[in-house]
Write a new protein. Structure first.
Ligand SMILES: CC(C)(COP(=O)(O)OP(=O)(O)OC[C@H]1O[C@@H](n2cnc3c(N)ncnc32)[C@H](O)[C@@H]1OP(=O)(O)O)[C@@H](O)C(=O)NCCC(=O)NCCS
Length: 172
């Protein structure tokens, strides 16, 4: 049963993170192919503590807003795929609804991040969100391609967490 703020796509279940999500996040975010984009040097690698904090923060986001980041699973078989959804975040000195996405390397290049992004945009509209943004390191071609495929528009370069990032937006 899918609840408010959750989504079903052609291939994916996009769910409110449950009690054990820190374990799934650890398998995702400590994979070197994922971590390199989210914790580039000189940032410290993710620790177990970071994963538990991310899980608590995502769950608190849902409690506060009724929507939030998703723990995403395959409809067929239920394997953990990644993290997507929506998250309020400080971007360029403003509070914005950001679209986060990260996909397990074994499940990449099947269109999953794009499905997650399109579902997150639909959910944002349902909750009356007026604008969503996405940002990534300039060299992250896969993430920028997902932004393009999901219909976001390139705005420009900004500094975020002390590093140059590209910012994309979609007015809803
Ligand atoms: C970015 C990420 C979420 C994309 O997930 P995904 O499920 O593979 O995305 P999709 O399959 O929907 O689309 C990926 C697109 O990028 C393209 N792509 C992949 N690697 C690429 C590369 N190195 N250069 C250019 N394009 C690339 C794919 O060909 C595909 O485009 P296409 O459909 O036109 O062929 C995944 O690579 C990831 O988790 N990366 C690590 C975490 C991360 O970078 N998160 C975003 C940080 S803001």
């Amino acid at each position: 049963m899918i609840g408010s703020g959750e989504a079903v796509t052609a291939d994916l279940l996009c769910l409110r993170p449950g009690a054990k999500v820190a374990d799934d996040y650890e398998s995702l975010f400590t994979d070197p192919a994922v971590e390199r984009w989210l914790r580039p040097e000189p940032m410290a690698p993710f620790s177990r503590h970071d994963m538990e904090r991310m899980a608590r923060r995502d769950q608190a986001h849902w409690d506060q807003h009724g929507f939030g980041p998703w723990s995403v699973r395959e409809r067929e078989g239920g394997a953990f795929v990644g993290r997507g959804g929506l998250a309020w975040a400080a971007v360029n000195g403003k509070l914005e609804v950001e679209l986060p996405w990260a996909v397990m390397p074994s499940s990449q290049n099947r269109g999953y991040a794009t499905e997650m992004a399109i579902a997150a945009i639909r959910t944002a509209r349902e909750f009356g969100v007026e604008r969503v943004v996405s940002l990534t390191l300039p060299a992250n071609r896969a993430s920028r391609r997902v932004m393009d495929k999901a219909g976001l528009r390139y705005v420009g370069e900004i500094e975020h967490v002390g590093l140059p990032h590209v910012l994309y937006e979609l007015n809803l």
